[in-house]
Design a protein around this ligand. Structure first.
Ligand SMILES: *[C@@H]1O[C@H](CO)[C@@H](O)[C@H](O)[C@H]1NC(C)=O
Ligand SMILES: *[C@@H]1O[C@H](CO)[C@@H](O)[C@H](O)[C@H]1NC(C)=O
Ligand SMILES: *[C@@H]1O[C@H](CO)[C@@H](O)[C@H](O)[C@H]1NC(C)=O
Length: 324
């Protein structure tokens, strides 16, 4: 009786040890895969991080004199060193230099740095060739996207405050610069204007494995302030200086669009729709020339699709669309 009990308890202990070992292994694997997300352990890390203005020099930046050649719209595209194909496609399509409805539009790419030597050299060469890269010395990772966006805002504040509007978008987006310009001119709002795909009731994702996971240490609230999807938002240029000015007083969040939303809340700048119909799409839309004539953004577009869509759009400019 006694020995049976002992055997049972020994087996139980072994089993417990086994389970604990298994759990620890799984846990370690999780930490390895998600070191940025498992933020119970990063508590200290997030306490020290806050955005610092004026940190670091620009490694690369466009050669442009905005007071002489004043852009109507500056499009800032977050991009990574390895995405040169996407940048090439954008330069040939919606990002090409020139005038739309007599308004100057310029497109610049926001990049961090990479430890990959070949990519690093390629970016430097690309910058010399096209002079459209804005780059500072921070590691280019998804979790440094807020730094990247703020670098763009700093650049506008310092080098192109004369422009009228700024757009921030990503390198896998379709942007209809024709329709965007038309709507901005029609809307005629020149200060404290901020638009895009409005997210008015978003909550922090608390699932560890999600790309959007945010710990309670990083963001204690259970609701985000209103913000615009980072896939594409547009603002009057004065907002850049105001956001830059206030950014150090705003708790750092790695989700750049939420961080900008926090800055706007602090500045009491309200989000507005650009048009009575939806024009900013954070998802992928099926292409048709008539549909894409009346939108500003669509997501998940591959470089070859971008060229196809853009050519079809430009060729159909003069064609009538029913119900348009
Ligand atoms: C930019 O252009 C303005 C007006 O032509 C000129 O006064 C200024 O010196 C230029 N700035 C630079 C840095 O070249
Ligand atoms: C962001 O960039 C800084 C500066 O290069 C680097 O120390 C840090 O590890 C990066 N953060 C992430 C989460 O990659
Ligand atoms: C920057 O902020 C300070 C106070 O926080 C304010 O006095 C100043 O006008 C602001 N500047 C801009 C350009 O918004």
């Amino acid at each position: 009786m006694f020995s049976l009990k002992m055997m049972a308890s020994m087996r139980l202990r072994k089993m417990m040890t086994f389970i604990v070992t298994l759990m620890s292994a799984g846990f370690c694997l999780l930490i390895k895969l998600n070191s940025d997300r498992l933020c119970i352990f990063c508590q200290a890390k997030y306490e020290v991080i806050s955005y610092k203005r004026d940190s670091g020099n620009f490694l690369n930046q466009p050669h442009v004199n905005c007071s002489r050649d004043t852009p109507f719209l500056v499009i800032l595209v977050t991009s990574s060193p390895g995405q040169s194909n996407a940048r090439t496609a954008i330069r040939e399509t919606w990002g090409k230099k020139g005038l739309v409805a007599n308004k100057r539009i310029v497109t610049y790419f926001l990049l961090g740095t990479t430890l990959n030597h070949n990519d690093h050299m390629a970016v430097t060469a690309e910058s010399v060739k096209y002079k459209d890269i804005i780059q500072k010395d921070f590691i280019d990772t998804y979790y440094n996207l807020t730094l990247k966006t703020m670098m763009g805002i700093e650049w506008i504040h310092k080098f192109c405050p004369q422009s009228s509007f700024v757009m921030k978008t990503d390198s896998d987006m379709f942007v209809n610069t024709y329709y965007l310009t038309e709507l901005l001119v029609k809307r005629n709002r020149n200060t404290r204007f901020f638009t895009g795909f409005l997210k008015l009731n978003d909550r922090p994702v608390r699932q560890w494995l999600s790309k959007w996971y945010v710990s309670k240490y990083e963001y204690p609230g259970n609701k985000y302030p209103p913000f615009c999807s980072g896939t594409g938002y547009v603002f009057s240029t004065d907002v850049a200086s105001q956001v830059y000015n206030i950014s150090e007083n705003v708790p750092f969040v790695k989700l750049e669009d939420v961080f900008i939303g926090l800055c706007l809340a602090e500045l009491n700048i309200k989000l507005e729709e650009l048009s009575s119909k939806q024009t900013f799409f954070p998802e992928r839309l099926d292409f048709s020339p008539c549909r894409f004539k009346k939108i500003v953004t669509s997501h998940f577009v591959k470089p070859y699709e971008l060229r196809t869509y853009w050519n079809a759009l430009e060729q159909s400019m003069d064609q009538e669309c029913s119900g348009g």
